[in-house]
Ligand binder design. Structure first.
Ligand SMILES: [Zn+2]
Length: 460
């Protein structure tokens, strides 16, 4: 397996630290608002990677932090005039609910920053003791001058560093690279914790260093995030962790590109800003969205448009219709050896594509070739063969995660209700009414199939 390591800017063969196991850290949400679909592109990609590792036999330990204290969360709580914990809890709950809707597998741990202040204080103390940090006006800063590797991840020219200057905000541009803040001295209107170097609160970057170290150790396999995390966040995580621990922090850095909408940067002022809830209100199937988010290679810009979403939904329906046909195969007979051979070679090709820097287009192409080939043999397929193909698809879907039955979705509930009404009408011999319901559903693209085991339906 090989993939692109942001640190070395080349494709690298993956070697885990401990055989068969992977320590994975992904930067989680800053819970001051609902995440937008650009955030979800990263989370869905990270999920795809994790699922593929698991499919390939690795045991993945996944840690995703929740940033529930930083500049943004405090600003939001003050704007709303509510306690910080109340505001962040609301967005934490919404985040977990969204993860479920998008079929993103849960992390093993979701550490919250506010629950790890002692670990952060320890880390800041070590950096002070070792001379990588200094106190100034009640705050503590990291001295970038002291870390010779500073700027390696983001490929920064060391001449650009503004040595001796210090910056208090968590986020800043490459044009103002200065000593960054580890601990912010207490300010009015901000929560604070007691500390040996004066009461205050953590900077954003120290949070991820402290929490990754606690749950994955000082040195682990993979760290992921969006490209906007590379600088300054991940650069600063490396500086803090490596200077405190005296060893390499992370072996592989993977970053997911941005999402744009109609080729423009998503922004509230342009009216092209979407949360998951916004799209669901428009009746978007979350699995179609998931399909769209995974189907562009992670190092390419993803252009979100409703036309692309429609196409993603159609591709997904092709897979679902294939599953539907397989489930309705009734032919008795033995399993054909050629089907087993087809499955084995397809699995091999799919895996090879995914193992090559997560070449999703290649992998999906392989899947659709398979669907095409089996569809041509569908009429002569035995029930045993159909079952083998279905098992294979279920295996692939442990990677893609797009075939979840939407039985509990609002559409399914409405269709089931209509089917029940039609059954009632038929029982009462009101066939005109029954036919009217069938054509009403057909207008919605819902096909009904009367089978010996009851009425089944599929969406065209
Ligand atoms: Zn982080």
């Amino acid at each position: 397996m090989r993939f692109f390591n942001t640190m070395t800017r080349r494709l690298e063969e993956f070697r885990e630290i401990e055989k068969g196991k992977i320590g994975l850290y992904t930067c989680g949400p800053t819970v001051y608002d609902f995440p937008h679909i650009g955030n979800y592109r990263s989370y869905v990609f990270e999920d795809l990677v994790k699922r593929f590792f698991t499919f390939s036999g690795y045991r993945v330990r996944h840690v995703m932090n929740i940033t529930d204290i930083d500049d943004k969360t405090i600003r939001k709580a003050n704007e709303l005039g509510l306690p910080l914990a109340e505001v962040t809890q609301k967005f934490i709950d919404a985040f977990h609910s969204d993860l479920g809707i998008l079929n993103i597998l849960p992390a093993d741990v979701y550490p919250r920053a506010t629950a790890h202040i002692p670990e952060m204080l320890d880390l800041v103390s070590v950096l002070l003791e070792k001379g990588f940090a200094y106190e100034k006006d009640g705050s503590v800063y990291f001295s970038i001058e002291r870390f010779g590797d500073y700027g390696r991840l983001a490929n920064i020219d060391r001449d650009k560093l503004q040595l001796g200057a210090a910056i208090d905000s968590d986020e800043y541009e490459k044009e103002s690279i200065q000593d960054f803040v580890l601990w912010k001295g207490k300010k009015p209107g901000e929560p604070s914790w007691p500390a040996p170097f004066g009461a205050g609160r953590p900077g954003w970057h120290i949070e991820c260093s402290a929490m990754s170290m606690k749950y994955l150790g000082a040195h682990f396999d993979i760290h992921m995030g969006g490209v906007d995390n590379i600088f300054p966040h991940h650069e600063n995580e490396i500086a803090q962790s490596e200077c405190a621990n005296g060893q390499t922090f992370v072996n592989y850095w993977l970053h997911c590109q941005h999402l744009v909408v109609d080729n423009k940067k998503m922004s509230k002022s342009l009216g092209n800003f979407y949360t998951l809830a916004d799209l669901r209100q428009r009746g978007v199937d979350p699995m179609a969205l998931r399909y769209l988010l995974i189907s562009t290679h992670y190092r390419k810009l993803l252009n979100f448009t409703f036309a692309n979403l429609e196409m993603a939904g159609q591709a997904l329906n092709r897979i679902k219709n294939f599953v539907f046909s397989l489930k309705n195969v009734e032919n008795a007979g033995e399993a054909a050896p050629e089907i087993a051979v087809l499955i084995a070679s397809n699995r091999n090709d799919f895996t090879e594509n995914m193992a090559d820097d997560f070449n999703i287009s290649g992998a999906l192409g392989i899947l659709f070739d398979f669907i095409h080939e089996i569809n041509q043999k569908m009429s002569e397929l035995s029930k045993k063969d159909a079952a083998a193909v279905l098992t294979y698809l279920e295996g692939l879907d442990t990677v893609l995660g797009v075939l979840r039955d939407n039985d509990s979705g609002p559409l399914a509930a409405a269709v089931e209700e209509k089917i029940a009404q039609r059954e009632k009408a038929r029982k009462n011999k009101d066939f005109a009414r029954a036919d009217a319901i069938r054509s009403e559903l057909m207008d919605l693209g819902i096909m009904l199939l009367d089978t010996p085991t009851g009425v089944k339906w599929k969406k065209e």
